[in-house]
Design a protein around this ligand. Structure first.
Ligand code: ARG
Length: 476
């Protein structure tokens, strides 16, 4: 209906005048929910067909409505049709567009549906569609890490706990340790998609419809697996938004951990990695600077991704069934998460794939900090010494080295004998990074053998994800 102020509104007959400016300004969502327009039009087509099968639109009317929806979609795509400041939300704007094209016939499409089931449907469609694009970018980052790992299967590096040298590892293993969380993120996206593929259309405002609609047919047409089993839940449920934001927040956390490591690796103190000029930034005052801004933004942007999740969970907490306007706050965090990650992931992938790994620096750092002490303890265990005693003996060796400011392999045969009767010069065979790495042959461990196996598995799994990521789930 067109009010005295000229605005198209989906309500208003029972009101004596238009809304106060302050209300209109607070309530308007079209500036962000306009992103849902293509999905709203898609759902409108499916709804028109169902109305026609129910005998509520004759074939000529259906034809006119479908043609007008096509025309409107075209006009939206070219920017010829745009929402105005008076359109409260995407649904209002598109109804205006339809009315402009069809006159009162355009008003027939609203039968049997409400913005409540519409918005829930649109957002599910939008997120399912964009989750695949997100998966493409996650796979590309995983590919970049995997490719660097394949070049560093046997590059020694000082594995750390507490940011202290712990045990030698291969750098390939380390890089793949950043791929594994991304593979779990892809798993989470797929699981989420399965739960999100439920169609709310047909639920109306909350109670379903007295019109002979066919929710199962609409669900099928929109690429959903089934219609919602409960109309009240269908319009009140935003689990799919919260869960999506959990997945994106966790991706953000994973990227922040990778980002933090790249910041460390590229520092002068570490010097393990050099970034390509195209993926680093300089300083306006210090000409020598080369900064890892992408890695820092990966760390920093995790904050807004986590914030989006918390905002939506807090918004939902304690909300009575069914739809409440609070729920309009679900969209911006979801859009922001997608847009944030669609900027961050390609930048990180480019940074990782073009970085130069300083193999010499990594190899030199690998044995530093007594990282081979565990090898000595394990050697003693193989001689039958209880690990508790082996730990004690090796600790004494380290203490002796600390006093002398030397490395384990610098200790003399006499030193060894003095510390423990169980030690003899043949222990030196395990005091090398190469032997420590080669000794790690069990599946999932850091030796070059198991890392090569892991790499093959990861590449195979990424090929599967690559296919999943480009599957079309929303029939657009
Ligand atoms: N813009 C609203 C939202 O995003 C659409 C649903 C409005 N429904 C209503 N009954 N006011 O949630």
């Amino acid at each position: 209906m067109s009010d005295s102020d000229g605005a198209t509104r989906l309500w208003g007959a029972r009101f004596s005048g238009g809304p106060a400016d302050a209300l209109a300004r607070l309530s308007v969502s079209v500036q962000f929910d306009w992103r849902l327009a293509p999905y709203d039009l898609l759902a409108s087509r499916a709804h028109a067909r169902v109305l026609s099968r129910a005998g509520l639109l004759d074939p000529a009317e259906l034809g006119q409505i479908l043609a007008a929806l096509d025309d409107l979609e075209q006009a939206c795509a070219t920017g010829e049709f745009r929402p105005t400041v008076d359109d409260e939300d995407v649904h209002t704007a598109l109804e205006r567009g339809l009315l402009e094209r069809l006159g009162s016939l355009g008003g027939k499409l609203r039968a049997g549906r409400s913005r409540n089931d519409q918005v829930a449907t649109d957002l599910r469609l939008y997120l399912r569609d964009h989750a695949r694009g997100l998966a493409v970018s996650v796979v590309e980052l995983a590919d970049a890490l995997t490719e660097q790992a394949s070049r560093n299967i046997d590059t020694p590096a000082p594995g750390m706990t507490h940011v202290q040298h712990a045990q030698p590892v291969t750098f390939g293993h380390w890089l793949l340790a950043h791929v594994q969380p991304l593979l779990r993120d892809l798993d989470r996206l797929r699981d989420w998609d399965g739960r999100t593929a439920i169609s709310p259309l047909g639920s109306g405002a909350l109670a379903g419809s007295s019109l002979p609609l066919d929710p199962a047919a609409v669900a099928k047409e929109l690429g959903f697996t089934a219609p919602a089993p409960n109309s009240m839940d269908a319009v009140a449920d935003r689990d799919f938004v919260a869960e999506f934001l959990f997945v994106t927040a966790l991706i953000g956390v994973h990227l922040s951990r990778l980002g933090e490591e790249v910041v460390l690796w590229t520092s002068t103190e570490f010097g393990w990695v050099e970034l390509d000029d195209a993926f680093a930034t300089g300083s306006s005052i210090m000409p020598q600077k080369k900064n890892a801004d992408i890695a820092e933004l990966a760390r920093g942007k995790s904050g807004r991704l986590i914030g989006g999740l918390i905002a939506v969970l807090t918004m939902l907490k304690g909300l009575p069934l069914t739809y409440d306007r609070d729920m309009q706050e679900d969209k911006e965090p979801a859009f922001d998460a997608i847009e944030t990650l669609s900027l961050l992931l390609p930048a990180l992938a480019g940074m990782i794939s073009t970085m130069t790994v300083r193999v010499d620096r990594l190899a030199a750092a690998a044995p530093v900090g007594f990282s081979l002490a565990t090898e000595v303890a394990d050697w003693l265990v193989r001689k039958g010494v209880p690990f508790r005693d082996a730990h004690e003996i090796t600790g004494k060796l380290v203490a002796l080295c600390s006093v002398r400011e030397c490395e384990l392999e610098d200790l003399t045969d006499d030193d060894l004998k003095t510390v423990s009767e169980h030690l003899d010069p043949s222990v030196r065979e395990v005091m090398s990074v190469e032997s420590a790495l080669a000794a790690r042959t069990t599946p999932g461990s850091t030796g070059p053998g198991p890392v090569a196996e892991q790499l093959a598995q990861v590449q195979h799994r990424l090929d599967t994800w690559r296919q999943w990521a480009v599957e079309k789930v929303v029939p657009r």
